[in-house]
Design a protein around this ligand. Structure first.
Ligand SMILES: *[C@@H]1O[C@H](CO)[C@@H](O)[C@H](O)[C@H]1NC(C)=O
Ligand SMILES: *[C@@H]1O[C@H](CO)[C@@H](O)[C@H](O)[C@H]1NC(C)=O
Length: 267
């Protein structure tokens, strides 16, 4: 990454006010709309109250009725009383969703932006009521190391076009959840493809003209295992110009934090 690119990139991610107010949110490019007859019951939208209303700004996943897994940069140092979680929707305008208030953001103590441990657990109230169709948890506990070339899926309400331009914002921000199917790559390959700061606490995925973008942060990367769907990653960072195959997407590697997540569930 060149110095200028790195600067642009840091600027886009570092200011919580702007992640919320402007278009600098990480969102999905490529991929397809989740069809009307399909649900992603573990996916939630993190929303922030501004003077102009409540807005989607990050993704998250349900790991217990009152606990949401997300990225540390989606709630650390933010005013948690202004965050709500919307569950049970495919379209953000859906009136049948279930909204809870965030009570507390437990960000990992080792979190360093763009370096490591971009993981947090949000406590919410009221607790979610599970149903098999629209609101259900995702499995996250387990220490199995996920190798490269594993088929994975990421969902979110992220930006669809690669370049964030404010004036076309209304055209590019989808209200309907989108989904990308692509593959993990090994950390070695991720490093060779330009993510020189990638560590063992992270996992990368890459696809041609596909990728996460503004507004997808904190969202769940899942794989199919013999026991069903399992979350392997949390959207952490990508490239300021999303989905152009320039560089892989970097996720927090969930298996590294299995013990920490279990502690947060007991609190
Ligand atoms: C958080 O937001 C609430 C509601 O607007 C406000 O009352 C409170 O002072 C804010 N807290 C901080 C630390 O800014
Ligand atoms: C990835 O896995 C598929 C089968 O799942 C295989 O056909 C392909 O050769 C693998 N690619 C690499 C680069 O290992």
């Amino acid at each position: 990454m060149s110095a200028i690119a790195r600067l642009l990139f840091l600027a886009a991610l570092s200011i919580p006010c702007c992640i919320v107010h402007s278009s600098n949110m990480r969102r999905i490019v490529g991929g397809a709309m989740v069809p009307e007859n399909e649900q992603v019951p573990y996916q939630v939208s993190l929303q922030f109250q501004t003077k102009r209303g409540i807005r989607h700004y990050c993704g998250g996943s349900i790991i217990a009725p009152n606990r949401i897994l997300t990225a540390a940069h989606c709630c650390k140092d933010m005013n948690v009383t202004l965050i709500t979680v919307l569950a049970g929707v495919r379209n953000l305008d859906d009136r049948h969703g279930f909204r809870s208030k965030a009570l507390k953001c437990a960000a990992h103590p080792d979190y360093q932006m763009l370096v490591t441990s971009d993981i947090a657990v949000l406590s919410i109230d009221p607790p979610l009521k599970y149903n098999s169709l629209t609101i259900a948890p995702i499995s996250v506990i387990g220490k199995e190391f996920v190798p490269g070339n594993v088929s994975v899926t990421i969902t979110g309400w992220g930006r669809m076009f690669p370049i964030p331009l404010n004036f076309i914002q209304s055209l590019t921000i989808p209200n309907t959840m989108r989904r990308i199917n692509y593959h993990t790559i090994t950390n070695k390959k991720c490093y060779e493809m330009g993510k020189t700061r990638v560590t063992d606490t992270e996992i990368c995925a890459h696809g041609l003209f596909k990728g996460v973008c503004s507004g997808d942060s904190g969202g769940p990367l899942v794989m199919k295992s013999s026991k069903g769907l399992h979350q392997v990653g949390i959207v952490s960072y990508g490239w300021i110009i999303c989905g152009l195959s320039i560089a892989p997407d970097v996720y927090t590697r969930v298996s590294t934090f299995s013990d920490w997540i279990q502690e947060q569930l007991k609190k």
